[in-house]
Design a protein around this ligand. Structure first.
Ligand code: 2IT
Length: 448
């Protein structure tokens, strides 16, 4: 490996040993960008890579809230403003029990390159809390969100940092966060958050965007090999907003979704998840029970407890839509034995680096999450544009822009691979293309 690249990586490993997810994502990006670093020896003198792995700023804050029984609780909140070279920081907020600095940093780092790939002027950021939304009442969620914003409001703005949702943060939470921001600042600045409801500046297609975008990207990948979604079978994990959007678009384009999963296990529906069964995913999510078994009970299909579909169910295409590191080396081996040909990563970093390497070496075509799931943040970028122009685009307009953006990402990847004389390695191409634009902007702006 290039000596400069290796030394920065070694530094990251030493410094962030207690943040394995962050180290993992840096290793993944750095494993691809060697050709561009070799071509640009001037990067070392200005320590471009050392700068890139250090967030511009990151803060931690106390979030105190009161539950319905009058008991007070203290959680921790974070916002990481990782890289603002190409636009205001942009990225979601994750509310989940297991959130800590390493998760926020890994998501923030991924977000830099993902946002760059969209072609829109948005920098990379991420935030969240170790607040556990499971089983909380609406009122409790509202009090938590107001308290969270009580600190966050001083750090964000439509030209500064624009948070959105991620796991545990959906339309309801964004509504409360927006209400709190407006109350605290006295300004109706609707471009300060995205993923808003339609009645106060949200964009059509934003709820569907991540799943739709992932399916549009896959369509480009399949077309590149002369294939299509029609008639293909799919394994999905998760049953949240992202899996819902993907299931809608896959079925519309003639594919068949065989599985969904939850923390309790996975369902295997041989007839395919379609029609009212897709609508039911929203009901299951809204119930707050967080159990995918409810689907099997309602529609009478198989339920396998405590497992994921990976390596257990044969399908043409795997699309993880749940969380990081859900596909590990043993799953990768089982996938290859089953003859799965495509892994279209939807959730952020769903595959461990070891599993990723194994899959690529054994003929599985992997489309990386920073390209595949970029449709979500891209439509957030479109929401920002609509807010700043004080207008609202139709469903058709947003959807056609989203399709254009996903096609554009695939084209950029191909271009980067051509530039460096590489084959159809989507992981490398996405990293090379995403990185180069941010690098150029940082160099152009000098000491930053
Ligand atoms: O991971 C992601 O790209 C998101 N959670 C969406 C971020 C956004 O700003 O819409």
């Amino acid at each position: 490996m290039n000596a400069y690249l290796a030394s920065v990586l070694e530094n990251v490993r030493t410094k962030h040993g207690n943040e394995p997810e962050f180290v993992q994502t840096v290793e993944e990006v750095f494993s691809s960008i060697e050709p561009v670093i070799e071509k640009h020896p001037e990067y070392e003198k200005v320590d471009l890579l050392g700068r890139m792995v250090e967030p511009e700023r990151m803060f931690t804050f106390r979030v105190v809230w009161c539950d319905d029984n009058g008991q007070w609780h203290t959680n921790r909140g974070w916002r990481c403003q990782f890289n603002g070279a190409i636009g205001p920081y942009k990225g979601g907020l994750r509310f989940q029990k297991n959130v800590y600095e390493g998760i926020i940093k890994f998501l923030g780092f991924e977000q830099i390159f993902k946002n760059s790939l969209t072609g829109l002027p948005i920098g990379g950021g991420k935030g969240g809390s170790d607040f556990d939304p499971a089983g909380k009442s609406d009122d409790e969620v509202m009090r938590f969100c107001y308290s969270f914003m009580n600190e966050l409001y001083r750090h964000i703005g439509s030209s500064i940092d624009v948070p959105a949702g991620d796991m545990g943060v959906g339309g309801r939470e964004i509504g409360y966060l927006f209400g709190a921001y407006k109350k605290l600042t006295g300004v109706y600045e609707n471009g300060v958050l995205t993923g808003k409801g339609l009645s106060y500046g949200g964009s059509l297609i934003r709820p569907e965007a991540t799943g739709f975008g992932a399916t549009y990207f896959l369509r480009e990948v399949l077309a590149h090999g002369g294939e299509s979604i029609e008639g293909k079978t799919f394994c999905l994990s998760g049953f949240g907003n992202v899996a819902w959007g993907a299931a809608l678009k896959i079925t519309e384009l003639g594919g068949k979704v065989l599985t969904l999963s939850g923390p309790d296990g996975y369902i295997y529906d041989r007839d395919g998840v379609s029609g009212e069964k897709i609508d039911y995913m929203l009901e299951m999510r809204a119930s707050g029970r967080n159990k995918v078994k409810d689907y099997a009970d309602k529609f009478g299909c198989d339920f396998v407890p405590d497992k994921k579909p990976w390596g257990n169910v044969k399908a043409d295409i795997y699309m993880p839509c749940a969380m990081q590191n859900e596909i590990r080396i043993e799953d990768a081996k089982a996938m290859v034995s089953l003859g799965v040909k495509y892994l279209n990563e939807v959730s952020n970093m769903p595959t461990t680096n070891e599993a990723l390497e194994y899959l690529q070496q054994n003929g599985v075509l992997v489309a990386p999450s920073k390209a595949v799931n970029a449709g979500g943040v891209a439509v957030s970028g479109l929401e920002m544009s609509q807010n700043s122009e004080r207008l609202a685009w139709s469903k058709e307009e947003v959807d056609s822009k989203l399709q254009g953006i996903m096609r554009g990402i695939h084209n950029q990847i191909i271009e980067a691979l051509d530039t460096y004389g590489m084959g159809y390695n989507l992981v490398a191409g996405a990293n090379l293309a995403g990185f180069k634009k941010v690098a150029d902007a940082m160099i152009a702006q000098g000491i930053n």
